[in-house]
Design a protein around this ligand. Structure first.
Ligand SMILES: [Zn+2]
Length: 95
């Protein structure tokens, strides 16, 4: 998948099996399903790939934890910052 294709919004089931190497320019935004926890800081996809390897988005989302309480993140999205704004690809929605 090239980057232009990755910018197009897609159904979640189609992207869950893609690997981090397809999303190098993107960052991961996540938040806990506990509303009292603050949102996690954004993490560059390349930083996750450096520590976890070229896992799938589904595997990546399973490994994202809340920085406050340590629970598995309830909502995980990929975010690409563009000059015109942000492109967002949802990976997991809040439970
Ligand atoms: Zn939390």
């Amino acid at each position: 998948m090239d980057l232009d294709a990755a910018r197009l919004p897609r159904a979640r089931h189609e992207v869950l099996g893609t690997h981090l190497s397809s999303w190098r320019s993107w960052a991961v935004r996540s938040r806990c399903s506990h509303l009292e926890c603050p949102p996690n800081r954004m993490i560059a996809v390349t930083d996750i790939a450096d520590s976890r390897g070229d896992v799938t988005l589904e595997g990546m989302a399973d490994g994202i934890r809340c920085s406050a309480c340590g629970a598995t993140a309830g909502a995980v999205s990929l975010v690409l910052r563009l000059t015109a704004g942000e492109s967002i690809q949802r990976v997991r929605s809040a439970a």
